[in-house]
Design a protein around this ligand. Structure first.
Ligand SMILES: [Zn+2]
Length: 97
């Protein structure tokens, strides 16, 4: 008997200040990566899907971004502004797909 399935992972990559497309406020946004991995006997083997989203901490609106955009945003977050500070301290929520 072979047991397989998928498991979702959520990584918080960066926090940056962006103007929100939803509420229009220049507020902190979290950049997150959602990875769905194929598991065999509960061992994650390889990712089957990777998605990037930003979420406005002001209104909670989520926006999908491409991997390229996510890299740019990470570079932007690393180069200035917050300097790696994680002052928002939101607990990591395990993502269940
Ligand atoms: Zn917003």
């Amino acid at each position: 008997m072979i047991i397989f399935g998928t498991k979702g992972y959520l990584y918080q990559l960066a926090i940056l200040t962006l103007v929100c497309g939803q509420c229009g406020n220049p507020s902190a946004h979290t950049l997150r990566k959602r990875v769905t991995k194929f598991t065999l006997f509960f061992v994650p083997l390889f990712p089957v899907s990777t998605k990037y989203v930003t979420q406005c901490t002001f209104c909670g609106a989520e926006q999908k971004v491409t991997g390229e955009q996510a890299e740019q945003l990470q570079a932007q977050a690393a180069s200035g502004g917050h300097g790696g500070q994680q002052s928002y301290g939101q607990p990591q929520q395990p993502y269940q797909s």
